[in-house]
Design a protein around this ligand. Structure first.
Ligand code: SF4
Ligand code: SF4
Length: 419
């Protein structure tokens, strides 16, 4: 932890422009659940006017999604996310983490725990949809059901029409190292397979990085600073073996964390390497859009794109995922109100703050259902699970997929490869 971890809050002039962009403020209407109110609390913590164990401080900082929707709208350039992480690390030093938090963080960090846990989850997954529903346990099953591949269902969206497999191959090939993560490798390997295939079809050659691990985003957000640093050090060392290949990420939360390694390791003996690492990280949509991407075959489907907070707000990546979808002939994108607001997933927030998480989600599912979309596309595993479970809890099944899955199906239909 740095001594001036709250410095990012210094520009705040309390104008309040950020209030309507804050999902928790929109739910409660309480100033203390807004960015401005939380900044007041964090400044009081920094000055020592409030103790880290203060119940009001804890209540309102715990309720913060960390979605960073308050950052792009702030005219003063407040860097809220880093200050929140610092506040949570300060609070974590004065209270033990909950059992749920400790369990999830331990499983994600250690492959000896994570691999069997993911295996058990995959065993239960084929039956998860039977038990999905509105209750807390039913919602958890809905989240697990949302991790299932929609490969077979997507075949129905193919339509006759001109195949685009005659599209020119990219003129040059660049090296790329795919970040495989923890949840993505455990429950979303079909997305990583689609990532590899679509990158290859757009002129990227993969360099494998076997010793990589969890990005540490959940640990950093929960205030487990030392664990986040240890995981970051592992990845910086592992990817050094891939030379200067771009690091492709298909999880917005992981991408935001990896791009932040320069800050996280700023005072570490790997600081220079971390800065170089962070400069190589790209969301998969950034790499694909840099090549067009190459168009595929027609898919007759109406899609609502939900921008993950850690892609739109934290990484400021807005257009590349739309370019991925627009490379699919026949695909119709529909817009819907408040699409830039968080879905309420926010890492393990949905487990720790279930009532607020579901209240935030309700606005999202209502808007998505009214949009008339056949499918929702979003580039973050937590959002896929949260929105997928929310739509099932609302009594509707609408598939939720990663944008590269749609491009992958389009490429397979065009005969670019056997996917
Ligand atoms: S965070 Fe930015 S937008 Fe919000 S009150 Fe402070 S200066 Fe205004
Ligand atoms: S990070 Fe999200 S929930 Fe937290 S104050 Fe900012 S907008 Fe509100």
């Amino acid at each position: 932890m740095t001594a001036n971890g709250f410095a990012g809050l210094d520009p705040c002039v309390h104008c309040g422009f950020c209030l309507q962009s804050c999902p928790t403020f929109l739910v409660t209407g309480d100033e203390s659940d807004s960015p401005r109110g939380r900044i007041v609390l964090m400044r009081a913590l920094a000055r020592g006017d409030l103790d880290a164990s203060d119940p009001t401080l804890r209540l309102h900082l715990d309720r913060c999604l960390g979605c960073r929707g308050c950052e792009p709208v702030c005219p003063s350039g407040v860097a809220y996310g880093g200050a929140l992480e610092h506040a949570r690390a300060v609070m974590a030093s004065s209270r033990p983490a909950s059992i749920v938090t400790r369990l999830v963080l331990a499983v994600m960090a250690d492959p000896l725990l994570r691999i069997p846990a993911m295996f058990l989850a995959r065993l239960a997954r084929p039956f998860a949809a039977w038990f999905a529903g509105k209750s807390r346990i039913g919602f958890s099953f809905g989240m697990l059901a949302a991790t299932k591949t929609r490969h077979n269902g997507m075949a129905a969206w193919r339509q006759g029409g001109p195949s685009r497999n005659d599209a020119a191959l990219p003129p040059s090939r660049d090296a790329v190292a795919v970040f495989t993560g923890c949840i993505m490798s455990g429950l979303f390997s079909h997305v990583t397979d689609a990532t590899r295939r679509t990158l290859s079809a757009n002129g990227y050659d993969e360099v494998t990085v076997p010793a990589q691990g969890c990005c540490g985003a959940l640990h950093a957000h929960a205030g487990a600073h030392d664990d986040a640093v240890a995981l970051a050090r592992t990845n910086v060392r592992a990817f050094a073996g891939a030379g200067d290949a771009a690091i492709a990420v298909n999880s917005a939360g992981c991408g935001a964390a990896l791009k932040d390694y320069a800050r996280l390791l700023a005072h570490d003996d790997l600081a220079d390497e971390a800065r170089a690492f962070a400069g190589r990280v790209r969301d998969v949509s950034e790499l694909l859009s840099a090549r067009g991407p190459r168009p595929g075959a027609r898919l007759d489907v109406t899609v609502a794109y939900d921008a993950p907070c850690h892609l739109l707000h934290a990484q400021r990546v807005a257009d590349p995922p739309l370019a991925v979808l627009d490379a699919i002939p026949g695909l119709r994108r529909v817009s819907y109100p408040e699409s830039e607001l968080c879905c309420g997933s926010a890492g393990i927030y949905s487990l720790l703050e279930p009532e607020m998480s579901r209240a935030v989600l309700a606005r999202k599912t209502e808007a998505l259902l009214a949009s008339g979309a056949d499918v929702v596309a979003t580039g973050n595993p937590g959002c896929v699970m949260q929105i997928g479970a929310g739509l099932r809890a609302a009594g509707r099944f609408v598939p939720v997929v990663h944008p590269v899955e749609l491009l992958d199906r389009s490429y397979a239909a065009a005969g670019l490869y056997d996917g």
